[in-house]
Design a binder for this molecule. Structure first.
Ligand code: 3PG
Length: 212
């Protein structure tokens, strides 16, 4: 399974907590207008599946499901039209269910043992969460020595101020974060704020020359 082709264009993946599915359309509009046509909608609220369904209807946006920790949530996400699945950690049962659906899956892995478990399952693009607390860019550089085949998506403590440092690393595929989709702005359907924060994040991306 090609796990990372769906996110090949993504450098920044907004991690969304949405409480009201009727705000999903405004969120989609803001993400696209701000230049980040991706979203990881987390299963931390009851509105997740309906929001994914609403956003998946917009062909200019690539929407996936996040905080997926059970096989049943994989089923729900797939049924809603999620194009990829993200989990904060590694569960063989969740991986299997994502593979049954043919969905790219990005499990969280921060230790060498977890990384090896993910590689065993055929996965080599991994979420690195919470990135700041698990050593940040220095840890990713260190993990690159034994695991040159792995690409990471650091998430947790990433912001416009440090995303360039992460994205300049050769083993970082993309970064994730919630800073450009603050919960109050999402719940208010505040398109201008989300658009502005996304545009700021895009402006902070490293230039090709800065990427190792
Ligand atoms: C996640 O699940 O990826 C995090 O909640 C996002 O972390 P952040 O809020 O620090 O960006």
């Amino acid at each position: 399974m090609q796990t990372d082709s769906v996110l090949a264009e993504a450098r920044i993946i907004p991690v969304v907590v949405i409480n009201r599915a009727n705000r999903a359309q405004a969120l989609a509009e803001a993400l696209v207008a701000g230049g980040i046509p991706f979203a990881e909608v987390t299963f931390r609220t009851d509105a997740a599946a309906a929001s994914i369904r609403a956003m998946a209807a917009d062909p200019s946006l690539c929407v996936g499901a996040g905080t997926v920790v059970t096989p049943a949530q994989v089923d729900e996400a797939a049924d809603a039209g999620a194009r990829f699945i993200v989990s904060p950690g590694f569960s063989a049962a969740v991986v299997r269910r994502a593979q049954e659906h043919g969905l790219p899956f990005f499990p969280g892995a921060v230790t060498p043992t977890e990384i090896i478990a993910a590689l065993d399952a055929g996965l080599s693009t991994l979420k690195f969460f919470p990135a700041g607390l698990y050593g940040g860019p220095a840890a990713l550089t260190a993990l690159g020595a034994p695991f040159p085949q792995v690409r990471f998506i650091p998430t947790g403590g990433v912001s416009a101020a440090n995303l360039s440092e992460y994205l300049s690393l050769p083993n970082v595929a993309a970064v994730g974060g919630s800073w450009m989709v603050p919960a109050d702005a999402v719940d208010a359907g505040d398109v201008p704020t989300i658009t502005r924060l996304c545009a700021q994040a895009v402006a902070a991306l490293p230039t090709p020359a800065e990427v190792a």
